[in-house]
Structures are given as structure tokens and as C-alpha cells.
Design a binder for this molecule. Structure first.
Ligand SMILES: [Zn+2]
Length: 327
């Protein structure tokens, strides 16, 4: 019996050795992956690796499955606005910390719900930034993205036609809507109102910014009332473009208020996210039920337009709109 135990032990020891070797190999693999990580972008749908160098020329569309990956607001402006015509507005407007947000008061259940979710999942920085103050996080996102806030607004020409356009950027704190994002969009709408310009808002957002509490929620009403003035009082024309992901307070306000609502293929559009619904209702949300294809069949949006044809489509819609109004 003693002998058997001994041999058992030796087997176990040798298996330990094998495991250690495996670990060494894995670490090397990991090092290689880490080392070349900056060269590749992994598709969120098919997990295929897209070479970063060529991704921009392909408009951030996955070369394996055609999924429309997230775009920065700068790339988006380049895609939609004629070269040399972009005039940014209110670029120096910066978020302060209006409610003196204290992240240490946040318990883990709150971290799991709502708006913080999507942005943290995307940047994967929850661990390092959990303790950081709101002000520091704004600073670090400003350095990382080169933007001052999660939306860029301005005027420019779309195939020679002057337009007012606002583009949200998910890479800046999950495109969340705080006071500055709300104020910038409101000012853009008011500018478009005063100058009778057609308006485009490209949405990409995790929703209201929880670090600014109810002040974030008030932006929804502010923007909606500015849009009422623009669309109803002045009878002007607004197109909203929903890109992946558009959720929370953005969906619940200006995202859904477009005279025409365009979405990108397979874009994730929701009010509450899949995980939040499943945790609250204890029901499974079917795969794809919050994607643009399903939403279009329910009448939530008007067109699903691939990125290659987005500028052309916007131009055609404006053509039809202004032709009709001229008559
Ligand atoms: Zn893919």
C-alpha cells in the first residue's frame, strides 16, 4: 500500500512538471499576443483578426464577416463630410465634476448595471480605473482619444450641401452623455435652427453618464425640447444615424426622434442592455433581438444602410426632402 501511494505521488509530481511547462509555453504565447496586439483589431462578432493598417481604408468593416466595427468620431467625420469643409464648434467645452462623484460609494451591483457597463467592457479598464476620480478619468480619456468630450459637433458640407452634424465617440467614456455632451448637442440643434441647416446626429453611446447623476438625465429633456423647436416649430429636417452600440438615454431621446432613422447593419440598439434585462427579469433575451435587423422589422428604424453607402444615402434623402419642400 505504501508503495502504491509513493508511485501515485510520483505520478502527481510528474504531472505537475508537465503543467508547469505548459504554463511557460502559454506565457510565451501571451507575450507574443501582447507584443503584436497594437497591430490587430479583433472583430466583436466573428473574433477574426483584422490588420489595423488596412482597417481604416475598409471603413472599419470586418473583412471576414462584414460586421461594422466601431469608428472614432474623427474617422466618421472624414467619411461623411467633404474634405476641407469641417468647422468644429465648442471644442473647448470640458466636463467639470458637477456632483462631485465619489466612485468609492459605488457598490459592485451598481457597477454591474446600466451605463458604465458597456464602456468598461469595451475599454477593459475597470480594474485600473475603478478607484480613479471622475475628473482623472476625463483627463485620461482626453489624452487617449485627443478629444475633449464624447461628442464632436460642427458644420460642414455633405456632397456640397451645408449640414450641421454631431458625431458621438464611444471611445470616450463609452460615449456617455453628461452635461457637456448634452449642451453641445443642444447648441448644435439651436445653431442649425437659426441657420436653417439640415441636421445629422450620429449616435454611439452607453447612455446617460452616471458620474453626473440626474444632470445627465436632464440632457434628454433639454435636447428633446430643442429638437421640438427645430422639427415642429421651424419644420426643419433631422436624420439620426444609430451605430453600434446606441443605448440608454441616447436611444430614449434624440436617437429615436429623427425624421428619418438610419441604422448600420447588426448595430446593437437598446434602452436597457441585455445583461441588465436578464438580471432584472430573470428571462433570457434572445440573441439578435436588440440588433437593427430585428428592430427594423418592428418599425423602430427606417433604413439599414451599410457604411459604404451611408454618405450617398444621406445625400439622396436630403435631395428628396428638399425637392419635395421646393414644390
Ligand atoms: Zn468579423
Amino acid at each position: 500500500m505504501i508503495n502504491r501511494n509513493d508511485s501515485d505521488l510520483s505520478i502527481r509530481e510528474s504531472s505537475n512538471v508537465v503543467n508547469e511547462n505548459d504554463l511557460v509555453v502559454n506565457e510565451n504565447d501571451l507575450n507574443d499576443t501582447q507584443k503584436y496586439k497594437h497591430l490587430w483589431v479583433q472583430c466583436e462578432k466573428c473574433y477574426g483578426l483584422n490588420y489595423k493598417k488596412f482597417l481604416k481604408s475598409k471603413m472599419n468593416i470586418c473583412e471576414y464577416c462584414g460586421y461594422h466595427l466601431k469608428m472614432t468620431s474623427l474617422d466618421r467625420i472624414e467619411l461623411l463630410i467633404d474634405p476641407g469643409t469641417w468647422n468644429p464648434m465648442d471644442e473647448d467645452m470640458v466636463s467639470l465634476d458637477p456632483i462631485e462623484w465619489d466612485s468609492s460609494e459605488l457598490d459592485s451591483s451598481e457597477l454591474d448595471s446600466g451605463e458604465l457597463d458597456s464602456d468598461e467592457l469595451d475599454s477593459g479598464e475597470l480594474d485600473s480605473n475603478e478607484e480613479e476620480s471622475y475628473k482623472d478619468r476625463i483627463d485620461s480619456y482626453q489624452r487617449k482619444t485627443g478629444l475633449t468630450e464624447a461628442v464632436q459637433i460642427g458644420t460642414g458640407e455633405l456632397n456640397g450641401r451645408p449640414v450641421a452634424i454631431g458625431v458621438m465617440d464611444f471611445h470616450f467614456l463609452g460615449g456617455s452623455m453628461g452635461s457637456v455632451v448634452g449642451e453641445k448637442i443642444t447648441r448644435l440643434i439651436e445653431y442649425a435652427n437659426n441657420h436653417s441647416l439640415p441636421l445629422i446626429l450620429v449616435c454611439a453611446s452607453g447612455g446617460a453618464r452616471m458620474q453626473e447623476g440626474s444632470l445627465s438625465l436632464m440632457q434628454m429633456a433639454k435636447i428633446a425640447s430643442a429638437l421640438y423647436d427645430y422639427q415642429v416649430t421651424k419644420n426643419l429636417f433631422y436624420i439620426s444615424v444609430l451605430t453600434t452600440p446606441t443605448t440608454g438615454g441616447v436611444t430614449a431621446s434624440f436617437g429615436m426622434l429623427g425624421d428619418v432613422i438610419i441604422t448600420e447593419p447588426q448595430a446593437y440598439i437598446a434602452f436597457a442592455g441585455k445583461r441588465v434585462i436578464e438580471q432584472t427579469l430573470k428571462k433570457t433575451v434572445p440573441e439578435g433581438s436588440q440588433e437593427s435587423e430585428n428592430l427594423k422589422s418592428k418599425g423602430t428604424c427606417d433604413f439599414i444602410v451599410s457604411r459604404q453607402f451611408l454618405k450617398l444615402t444621406l445625400d439622396m434623402i436630403f435631395d428628396m426632402h428638399f425637392f419635395r419642400n421646393r414644390k
